[in-house]
Design a protein. Structure first.
Length: 355
């Protein structure tokens, strides 16, 4: 009987993880509804926004802020998510703990790139540190300004962090300039996504089914964006660009080979047309007045995929999807706050509703 149960991890999921899955589904119930967004967009000032948010699950999270700015709201939104995430992380068993750690690695990568870019422009580490996402903080971050090459960065900063295995492919004696920092970002993300994907696959069951779909989407999105961003720059050859694509998505291998040869946006669009999920994203996007940007269309699709995680039970995907949906909710609130502060009422509805 025990051997058969091992073939169906869902049967034993609740023994170690049922309580926390219940908690995260409760957190999900606090995500803002469309009616609550309608209340937020009617606000005339940030104080009005604060009052409206008090009537939601956010409660009095801004109560102690005498001077309200968009950056303060952004910071407090992140702090609230971190408190919820750390509650889950501190309660869980090792397997779920490792899964939650993987979620933080993307923020670690973003923090490293933020600090590297800031150092390149002679910004103070203390000032940059405040802009880093708290989910991706680690002790060695303060030493990042001593790195002049990727090899320095690995030896001084990365060697004792979970990102060290990903960073080995970035090591070179080349000086850190803006183009090389961007290559480091994409190389780290490629290694991270492929490693996270392999880990989720090894878990099997519904976790593998749900998470592989989400990570495949993220990998394909990165491949499209890397390709589009590389147009107009001579610093990145087609071969170098191809090495940055994560190899786990729907596009792998044929779509990635075609993207690697693409010379302009229209050719990227032709690749997308061969995949229904991406055809509808590219078809509905544009840069004209009233058009949704490609970035927003990808965010909309990401929201839809993450909502689907909550349809199934007994899997880790709900923890990943909850964090992603809360991050989108934070972007929505910050967008609305920016529009209120700058009195851009015409654009205030350009947020991405979730439920």
């Amino acid at each position: 009987v025990i051997g058969k149960m091992a073939d169906y991890p869902e049967l034993t999921f609740n023994i170690d993880n049922g309580y926390l899955e219940g908690i995260v589904r409760g957190f999900r119930g606090g995500i803002l509804s469309r009616a609550e967004y309608l209340n937020l967009v009617q606000c005339e000032t940030l104080e009005d926004l604060k009052v409206q948010l008090q009537a939601t699950d956010y409660g009095s999270f801004l109560a102690n802020e005498a001077i309200l700015t968009v950056s303060v709201i952004d910071e407090k939104l992140r702090d609230k998510l971190v408190v919820e995430f750390e509650y889950l992380r501190n309660q869980c068993y090792p397997q779920l703990g490792r899964f939650l750690d993987y979620i933080t690695y993307s923020h670690m990568i973003d923090n490293i790139i933020l600090l590297l870019t800031g150092s390149l422009h002679q910004r103070q580490i203390g000032e940059l540190r405040q802009k880093c996402h708290p989910l991706g903080s680690f002790d060695e971050m303060e030493s990042i300004n001593i790195a002049n090459t990727p090899a320095d960065l690995h030896n001084a900063v990365m060697v004792d962090t979970p990102l060290a295995p990903y960073f080995e492919k970035c090591i070179s004696e080349q000086d850190l300039d803006e183009v090389h920092i961007e290559i480091i970002r994409n190389t780290l993300y490629k290694a991270y996504l492929e490693d996270f994907y392999a880990f989720c696959k090894s878990l099997g069951g519904t976790t593998a089914e749900v998470m592989c779909r989400l990570l495949e989407f993220e990998a394909d999105r990165r491949a499209f964006i890397i390709t589009i961003n590389s147009f107009g720059t001579t610093a990145l050859s087609k071969d170098e660009r191809a090495k940055l694509y994560p190899t786990i998505g729907q596009l792998h291998p044929d779509g990635l080979a075609k993207l690697a040869r693409a010379n302009d946006y229209e050719e990227v669009r032709q690749v997308a047309d061969q995949y229904y999920d991406y055809q509808i994203i590219f078809t509905g996007s544009g840069n004209g007045p009233g058009d949704k940007t490609l970035e927003d269309k990808f965010y909309e699709r990401e929201v839809e995929l993450n909502k689907l995680s909550f349809v199934q039970q007994f899997h880790f995907g709900v923890f990943y999807s909850y964090v992603k949906l809360k991050e989108q909710e934070s972007r929505n609130i910050v967008w609305i706050a920016e529009c209120i502060q700058q009195n851009h009422r015409g654009k205030i509805d350009n947020y991405i509703p979730i439920f």
